[in-house]
Ligand binder design. Structure first.
Ligand code: GLC
Length: 532
């Protein structure tokens, strides 16, 4: 562990999907002016940092994850002046700003790609991953795109294929080329100089591909419902050893500045994930831990996952936890609304940095999208498999007025039908709402440092229960979560006598606790041991 605590260790990160957060200019799409209008809400909630999904110029083939200029703002979202204003206003409220950086690929409309594809001998001819066709004229190897179909696209001008891990409109950069590294580091420097506090680095485990372009092996677990993009294992097009050298260069750059951080998007098994902490401070500060997104909502499995993760962390590796993001189904839809309070308690009391996805604090659900409303290219390419990400990207539900307070115009994605009831304004009025639970938990983390940064120790509370102790400097807090719909009595075995600091019902604060504790169905509590 690091000696001095950094802001990204005890803080809470809040992800904003900018198209869907708040529309400031009345075009049905969220923007920077909108985010500025809602900073007071975020300050009230108590989050320490916002991560904003991409806001750069982009043809929007993948809604901003196809960048055509790394050092500007898309006019849809505003201007650089709007960005500076947002940054200043966030900082004035003590809130950090993390930008989404997308280094693996550009848009096919980026000037670098236009140049690169123009001939085989231009100055940027090797900035992307170009390969000759196979002897039969087909793609150079069997690598697949994560968005369906081959990962290779033929370009008639060069008479070669280029590789794209995602859409063909998102050609992968050649990160083995030092000139590409320099250009991308310059782009990061541009934002660091402007004052951003860090980066969420998109698909960081993809950056380097196998030098020999070896064929990927079959995925033994593959079945058609998974989507054809998972037919092969990504053995040779992701997670290559040399990726750690380019991450080290990014880290070196960040370390030239004070207090900056990077969190890497990485979907890998835990033992591979933790290698991204790097050795000797050369890795990302936080490799995103997506275990709670991918696994079944079951206390025994969650316990095992926590234990394995804690055991796998390198000595300097700071943990982190995520319940949802713009690429996955919403937590309320995955586990059902009756368990969203348990999820909030879990996210905000596990050891490590929590990342909260906008709207999850309201219990927003996946919004059904009819075929004619589909925006997401993933759903368009592989329809009907439930892969589409639009349902989790619906507009933030601010109030019960026109357009849920998000926009007066028709929003780019449909609103959740529950917005007249499930909205920030209504929930802020109800002291027992999920929103108040999130707020209280976030504030408790400030008050009780054991919750944010204390040690973690499992506590066997019984079947269908999850329990753990968080301890620090004389603070001893026991967290208990009942994953069952029925009431359960927890035997505390005389290990403590204290009081309830918080129950997910928000109605038992201060209740004394002795040898046993009765938990309601799906109730969770934080017990302060030794408190009188
Ligand atoms: C990341 C983003 C996702 C995007 C993909 C390609 O996984 O989170 O939204 O589609 O990268 O850039």
């Amino acid at each position: 562990m690091l000696n001095k605590l950094q802001w990204w260790q005890d803080g809470v990160v809040y992800q904003i999907y900018p198209r869907s957060f708040m529309d400031g200019n009345g075009d049905g799409i969220g923007d920077l002016a909108g985010i500025r209008q809602r900073l007071d809400y975020l300050a009230w909630l108590g989050v320490d940092a916002i991560w904003i999904s991409p806001i750069y110029p982009s043809p929007m083939a993948d809604f901003g994850y196809d960048v055509s200029d790394y050092v500007d703002i898309h006019p849809l979202f505003g201007t650089l002046a709007d960005f500076d204003a947002l940054l200043g206003e966030a900082h004035a409220r003590g809130m950090r700003v993390i930008l989404d950086f997308v280094p693996n690929h550009t848009s096919d409309q980026h000037a670098w790609f236009t140049e690169s594809r123009a001939s085989r001998d231009n100055a940027r001819h090797d900035w992307y991953i170009w390969r000759d066709p196979a002897p039969d004229g087909g793609p150079p190897n069997n690598w697949l795109s994560a968005f369906g179909g081959s990962g290779w696209e033929y370009d008639a001008v060069r008479g070669q294929y280029y590789y794209h891990a995602f859409l063909k409109e998102q050609p992968d950069l050649n990160w083995r080329n030092p000139a590409v590294q320099d250009a991308m580091l310059d782009a990061m420097r541009f934002w660091l100089d402007r004052g951003v506090d860090g980066f969420r680095i998109d698909v960081i485990w993809h950056l380097i591909k196998d030098e020999d372009f070896r064929e990927n092996p079959d995925n033994p677990e593959y079945h058609a419902q998974m989507g054809e993009h998972r037919r092969l294992l990504s053995t040779y097009n992701t997670d290559r050893p040399e990726v750690h050298d380019v991450i080290a260069r990014m880290r070196e750059l960040l370390d030239e500045y004070d207090d900056r951080m990077m969190v890497g998007e990485i979907y890998l098994p835990v033992e591979r994930l933790v290698t991204y902490y790097g050795t000797g401070g050369r890795g990302v500060h936080l490799p995103f831990n997506f275990q709670l997104i991918g696994m079944a909502w079951d206390p025994a499995l969650i316990r095992t996952a926590i234990d394995q993760y804690e055991a796998a962390l390198p000595p300097h590796g700071w943990p982190n936890w995520v319940l949802g993001n713009h690429d996955n189904h919403r937590i309320a839809s995955r586990i059902g609304p009756e368990q969203t309070r348990l999820a909030a308690l879990l996210l905000l009391t596990l050891r490590g940095t929590p990342t909260l996805y906008y709207g999850d604090e309201l219990g927003m659900c996946d919004v059904p999208i009819s075929p004619d409303q589909v925006q997401d290219p993933l759903e368009k390419n592989m329809p009907g498999l439930g892969l589409g990400r639009d349902p989790a990207r619906s507009p933030m539900q601010w109030d019960d007025g026109i357009g849920a307070g998000f926009s007066h115009a028709t929003p780019w994605l449909p609103l959740g039908a529950d917005y007249p009831r499930v909205n920030a304004e209504a929930l802020a009025r109800d002291p027992y709402s999920l929103l108040h639970l999130y707020r209280k938990l976030i504030h408790l983390r400030d008050e009780w440092s054991a919750l944010a940064v204390g040690s973690y120790r499992g506590f066997s509370a019984g079947p269908r229960l999850l329990g753990y102790l968080r301890e620090r400097e004389g603070q001893r807090l026991l967290v208990l979560l009942n994953f069952d719909a029925a009431q359960q009595v927890v035997d505390l075995g005389g290990m403590l006598s204290g009081k309830i600091l918080l129950s997910t019902t928000l109605k038992r604060d201060g209740e004394p606790v002795a040898s046993t504790l009765l938990l309601d169905g799906y109730e969770g509590v934080i017990v302060c041991a030794d408190c009188t």
